[in-house]
Design a protein around this ligand. Structure first.
Ligand code: AMP
Length: 276
């Protein structure tokens, strides 16, 4: 078993694609009958067809879904280093600042790709990125996210209790409407997580406090070791209160790329060669 999420267990398996053996990850639904109504299965298949078209090095590849009988199973690319949040925590002594910048760039490319294909992720957070051979890949989008949400819905009396408040843009707390710009806000929180070795955002603050403060414009301080250009992206392009004042993922990816390619020589960047 690789892990456990809202939808169910995640297992390592072997999948045969045109006679070739492929190691894959399979998410198995815990067996909530309400998930497998006829309409639901039609929706699942429709979404699966869309997701199979997404092909990008920073997006976890989705092979397909098995809906013939219970339990529903989602088959996806296997990531050998697991989720980014636990990787950052476990490997904090060996991950360098340059690695963190590379992970941030990988993540920005994956999210940019989803946005270019019209997909709003709605749960951008380090736990929803996987590591494979040191490449960061976005996961839990589309179908996978919808089914996790449904699983929560049936399990929890209070769905609000399961909302990822620490990652939510202020306007989503008010309107419950997600946009590309609310993903961008959450991407800023992801940058904070990456440069804080996978720590949980707003340390020491209760959810109710986070909600009130973020709605009135409060933001976390940038992590000490975050290079200046990355702080600028996080604060000025991801975290403005008004969604229209935020950047889009193409702008953010391109700012990061120009620094990592060595095209920008801002003071803050020199420190990226230092070890954390
Ligand atoms: P999730 O249901 O997406 O929250 O996944 C629960 C856990 O299973 C994650 O935290 C990972 O550790 C693991 N996991 C999920 N998907 C994969 C995958 N494609 N490859 C490897 N591990 C995975």
């Amino acid at each position: 078993m690789l892990g456990e999420g809202a939808f169910g267990g995640v297992y390592r398996a072997t999948f045969y694609v045109k006679g070739e053996r492929k190691p894959v990850a399979v998410k198995v639904n815990k067996g909530n009958e309400k998930i497998s109504t006829r309409n639901m299965i039609e929706d699942v298949c429709k979404e699966a067809r869309i997701m199979r078209q997404y092909q990008h090095p920073n997006v976890v590849y989705f092979y397909g879904v098995c809906v013939e009988k219970e339990p529903i199973m989602l088959v996806m690319e296997l990531a050998n280093q697991g989720a980014l949040d636990s990787f950052l925590k476990n490997e904090k002594n060996s991950v360098t600042l340059r690695d963190k910048l590379k992970y941030s760039l990988d993540a920005s490319k994956g999210l940019e790709y989803l946005h270019q294909h019209g997909c709003i992720h709605r749960d951008v957070a380090a736990r929803n990125f996987l590591m494979h051979k040191s490449v960061v890949k976005i996961t839990d989008f589309g179908l996978s996210k919808q089914l996790s949400d449904l699983a929560h819905k049936y399990k929890l009396k209070d769905i609000q209790a399961k909302l990822p408040i620490r990652w939510l843009a202020p306007e989503v707390m008010v309107t419950a409407t997600y946009t590309f710009k609310s993903d961008v806000y959450s991407f800023g929180i992801l940058l904070w997580e990456i440069f804080m070795d996978g720590a949980s955002p707003y340390p020491g603050m209760k959810l109710a406090e986070v909600r009130v403060k973020v709605k009135s414009g409060y933001r976390m301080d940038a992590p000490d070791r975050m290079p200046t250009f990355a702080r600028n992206i996080m604060i000025n392009q991801c975290w403005p209160q008004a969604p229209e004042d935020r950047g889009n993922m193409t702008e953010i990816r391109s700012s990061m790329e120009s620094v990592l390619d060595g095209k920008v020589t801002a003071m803050g960047v020199r420190s990226m060669y230092m070890k954390t």
